[in-house]
Design a protein around this ligand. Structure first.
Ligand code: IPM
Ligand code: MG
Length: 370
């Protein structure tokens, strides 16, 4: 198998964590005799500094020419505290989502039992939770018309959806539900928003083609409460760009930390894989960031873009082993226990590689026994 992968580290901890996502891909390639080639490109603040543009043309071209993309994070405090700045690092991420037509953002909320204690929610409420979010990614107020009045005292972002946009993500969600527990919960604010009434109408239409899948509709505010109250009730959740952004950050606390959650953005072309966490400048360059979300993003790439399900499982299993042995980065360390072995980014990445290599050895010894 021959694949060309573009690495876009971006800003803040992006560089540190993608190093380990890439290392895992290299390990998988060498273990299986696959030919993975890599290239790198700039985005976000790093790209603004170098070229003045958060998404240089070269990056978009390289992205289009690759088989999959592993991305880190974008953002910088400088921009967060100055809303008047027009060119912003996030423009790079939004631009590439639009440019590659990445309309479906899959955010699996999987909970490693080893991390049950790391969440601030009670373990008995969490245990067994397995939710797959489908967040719509190229519509909504993110991309609707933005206006500012001449006197600058009034502003608006148009929250807009077209039928085809809702339809294509709903289809993806229902298809995925068929391979899982056959339940889709569609999230909107149809009691208030016209765009949500269209959303609900279209999801109801799509649902007619999936009589074997149970569909429910919930308001976004209710879901934000139910996620904490009883997360196990959900299987697949499909929602709009903004609600999905908010609800998946909330849901990350089910998994113990934002540092654990991977995501896949897919459309009709190249897939884009990234942790859901941000650039975390407060810990950047200090060897403190959790590389597991990037490593799990690499696993999603193997499965979704390259169809390598077994290899993806090996990566996830290596992560589980690392957690089982008590290794933790600061964000997933459990308070009041001395069982944790706190590691830095590099040491954590290295541990995952060690367990990955062990899993190959185990396979080989199994084979020689037969
Ligand atoms: C995310 C992030 C982005 C978003 C930002 C960085 C533009 O929060 O991927 O969830 O709002 O989509
Ligand atoms: Mg977000």
């Amino acid at each position: 198998m021959k694949k060309h992968i573009l690495i876009i580290p971006g800003d803040g901890i992006g560089q540190e964590v993608t190093t380990w996502g890439k290392a895992v891909l290299e390990q998988i390639a060498s273990d299986n005799g696959y030919n993975f080639t890599f290239d790198e490109a700039l985005m976000g603040h790093a790209a603004i500094e170098a070229t003045g543009d958060p998404l240089p043309e070269e990056t978009l071209n390289k992205a289009k020419a690759s088989d999959a993309i592993l991305f880190g994070a974008v953002g910088h405090i400088k921009y967060d505290n100055d809303p008047t700045l027009k060119v912003r690092p996030e423009g790079g991420l939004l631009g590439i989502r639009k440019g590659l037509g990445l309309y479906a953002n899959l955010r699996p909320i999987v909970l490693f039992d080893e991390l049950l204690e790391a969440s601030s929610i009670k373990p008995e409420v969490l245990k067994g939770t397995d939710i797959l979010f489908f967040r719509e990614l190229t519509g909504d107020a993110y991309f609707g018309e933005k206006k500012r009045s001449e006197d600058r005292n009034t502003a608006s972002d148009l929250m807009i959806y077209h039928r085809y946009e809702v339809e294509r993500i709903a289809i993806k969600a229902f298809e995925a539900a068929r391979t899982r527990n056959k339940k889709v919960c569609s999230v909107d604010k149809a009691n208030v928003l016209e765009s949500s009434r269209l959303w609900r109408e279209v999801v109801q239409d799509v649902a007619k083609n999936y009589p074997d899948v149970e569909v429910t509709h919930m308001f976004a505010d209710t879901v934000s409460m139910q996620l904490i109250k009883n997360p196990r009730q959900f299987d697949v959740i499909v929602t709009t760009n903004i609600f999905g952004d908010l609800l998946t950050d909330e849901a990350s606390q089910i998994a113990g930390s934002m540092g654990m959650l991977a995501s896949a953005s897919i459309g009709d072309g190249t897939g884009f894989f990234e942790p859901i966490h941000g650039s975390a400048h407060d810990i950047a360059g200090q060897n403190k960031a959790n590389p597991l979300a990037s490593i799990l993003s690499a696993a999603l790439m193997l499965e979704i873009s390259f169809g390598l399900k077994e290899e993806a499982q090996r990566v996830t299993e290596a992560v589980r082993q690392v957690l089982k042995h008590g290794y933790r980065t600061g964000d997933i360390a459990t308070v009041n226990t001395d069982r944790n072995k706190i590691l830095g980014t590099k040491e954590m990445g290295q541990q995952v590689l060690t367990f990955l290599k062990k899993s190959v050895l185990a396979e080989e010894s199994k084979m020689s026994l037969v």
